[in-house]
Design a protein around this ligand. Structure first.
Ligand SMILES: *[C@@H]1O[C@H](CO)[C@@H](O)[C@H](O)[C@H]1NC(C)=O
Ligand SMILES: *[C@@H]1O[C@H](CO)[C@@H](O)[C@H](O)[C@H]1NC(C)=O
Ligand SMILES: *[C@@H]1O[C@H](CO)[C@@H](O)[C@H](O)[C@H]1NC(C)=O
Ligand SMILES: *[C@@H]1O[C@H](CO)[C@@H](O)[C@H](O)[C@H]1NC(C)=O
Ligand SMILES: *[C@@H]1O[C@H](CO)[C@@H](O)[C@H](O)[C@H]1NC(C)=O
Ligand SMILES: *[C@@H]1O[C@H](CO)[C@@H](O)[C@H](O)[C@H]1NC(C)=O
Length: 442
């Protein structure tokens, strides 16, 4: 809307009336005026920390969810991007509360921790190894925690192609996340794992839908779908509104792991200081190949500028919004073309499965268009330096865009965490919608 004397006169308003009317009207919070979500209570807004040990090669939160959900578990591929991997403190109650560093994963649905009596297995041979070889953080002590075994079910999840696996028991446990207590949550207690951890994390909280939980019946191996932790919070009215919101910070290299790295709000929006309204709203869609809602799947377009100045637009395709995957995974042809637009050109490394790029390269303009709004990548997030600590990778930089495979074949594309660092994302299970607002500059 523009303001001019003629327009005001035409509307029959005095300037004073005009100013009063416009200034009394709050900025529109949602571009879809039928939507309103309140800010979550302060006690339901958790400060996040960056991953305390972000530069370890292998961790679930930097694994790419591969195309096909087999019914047995998510198949994932390791990625090797440095940066912030959001974690929260997960408290498991009992005679004594136990606290774990847990990944916040909107791309899966199970919540698990590792039992102190777990058996570590070799990734390739499955031979028993000492526990240290799996490199987990704090382990769950069964003598101190409350766990009611669901004896008819077990937990089994596999990670392709590294063959990382977790096995264990399903049971009910009292959990706490920040100011929220869930008295009875179905969780997985892991007793066997072939894993390559980071020395710090030992738990994960999956925030996606029930249909992709990974419990099975012991008798017949069929999937035993259950309510993930956020579904429980909603059903038991632990939150008033079935929505949670993430504002994930870009954490510069060498930031202390103790520094806050964003915020997660349960039951509403984060504080308005994090975003610039309005939120753009789109439906959460079914993922092709999976019935009902499973991941936070949306339709998006990919837009980027070529070296010759032309703007490419991909047309619409589906992606999942996943806090637990660092890069954006896009269709193969676009990934190759977009990575050619870096100056100098990004180079595909067959061994790594990613495009590496000169750390000082000029990155092309790239954006996702979601719900009619073009939402660009921040140039700072287009080139990801990896890995600060891993020998041999200290000065290797990666393109933020990776190959998600050709369309079809059950491939699922991902709007990754590198993009999410510039936006506030509300995951609205109650309305089956996603809401995206620009992040206030930080
Ligand atoms: C998690 O818990 C540890 C130990 O109590 C504490 O030092 C840390 O600040 C907590 N982190 C967050 C993000 O609350
Ligand atoms: C994973 O397991 C399969 C079958 O057990 C095997 O063929 C493959 O080589 C293993 N891959 C790795 C990376 O160990
Ligand atoms: C849970 O019950 C099953 C079936 O009886 C058993 O095999 C498993 O060891 C139990 N898990 C724990 C953690 O006690
Ligand atoms: C598997 O076992 C469970 C529990 O006994 C039962 O509810 C379910 O219907 C069975 N599924 C199949 C496919 O047999
Ligand atoms: C720019 O390059 C693309 C791909 O090579 C080509 O299709 C397009 O026509 C070119 N546009 C201009 C303005 O040269
Ligand atoms: C690909 O990455 C590997 C592992 O870092 C490295 O040894 C190799 O030289 C790279 N290949 C190319 C072509 O850059």
């Amino acid at each position: 809307m523009y303001s001019s004397k003629a327009a005001l006169v035409g509307l029959g308003l005095t300037l004073a009336q005009f100013v009063q009317q416009t200034s009394c009207k709050p900025a529109q919070l949602f571009s879809d005026s039928s939507v309103f979500i309140a800010e979550a209570p302060a006690t339901h807004q958790l400060s996040l920390s960056g991953h305390p040990n972000p530069d370890i090669f292998s961790s679930p939160a930097r694994q790419r969810h591969k195309a096909i959900y087999s019914g047995k578990g998510l198949e994932t591929v390791n990625t090797i991007f440095s940066g912030v991997y959001p974690v929260l403190n997960l408290t498991w109650l009992g005679t004594k509360a136990q606290q774990f560093v847990a990944f916040i994963d909107t791309g899966s649905s199970d919540t698990w921790a590792i039992s102190s009596d777990f058996q570590c297995l070799d990734l390739e041979t499955q031979a028993p190894l000492p526990q240290e070889a799996c490199q987990f953080g704090t382990l769950y002590n069964p003598a101190l925690g409350s766990f009611t075994n669901i004896t008819s079910q077990e937990f089994s999840i596999g990670y392709f192609p590294e063959n990382e696996t977790l096995h264990g028991s399903m049971g009910y446990a009292p959990l706490r996340l920040g100011g929220l207590t869930v008295p009875k949550q179905e969780v997985a207690l892991v007793t066997e794992s072939a894993w390559s951890g980071d020395g710090t994390s030992s738990a994960l909280v999956g925030f996606a839908f029930p249909s992709i939980t990974s419990a099975t019946y012991r008798g017949n191996g069929s999937q035993a779908i259950y309510d993930p932790v956020f579904t429980t919070m909603t059903k038991e009215k632990i939150v008033n509104d079935a929505v949670f919101t993430l504002a994930l910070d870009r954490v510069p290299r060498d930031t202390s792991p103790k520094a806050p790295a964003g915020v997660m709000a349960f039951g509403g929006l984060v504080s308005p200081s994090y975003y610039e309204p309005p939120f753009t709203t789109v439906p959460i869609e079914e993922t092709s190949g999976i019935q009902g809602l499973s991941f936070y799947t949306i339709s998006n377009e990919l837009i980027y500028r070529r070296k010759n100045g032309s703007i490419y637009s991909s047309g619409t395709y589906q992606s999942i919004v996943d806090s637990g995957t660092a890069p954006n995974f896009i269709p193969s042809a676009q990934a190759a073309d977009l990575n050619n637009q870096f100056e100098p050109t990004a180079v595909y490394n067959e061994t790594l499965g990613y495009w590496t790029v000169d750390c000082d390269a000029k990155a092309p303009y790239a954006a996702f268009k979601i719900g009619g709004k073009v939402m660009p990548m921040d140039p700072r997030d287009m080139i990801v330096r990896s890995l600060n600590g891993l020998q041999g990778y200290e000065n290797v930089c990666f393109s933020a865009f990776a190959d998600g495979g050709p369309p079809g074949n059950g491939n699922i594309y991902i709007v990754g965490e590198v993009w999410q660092l510039s936006y506030v994302v509300a995951y609205d299970q109650g309305r089956s919608k996603m809401h995206f607002a620009n992040r206030a500059p930080y």
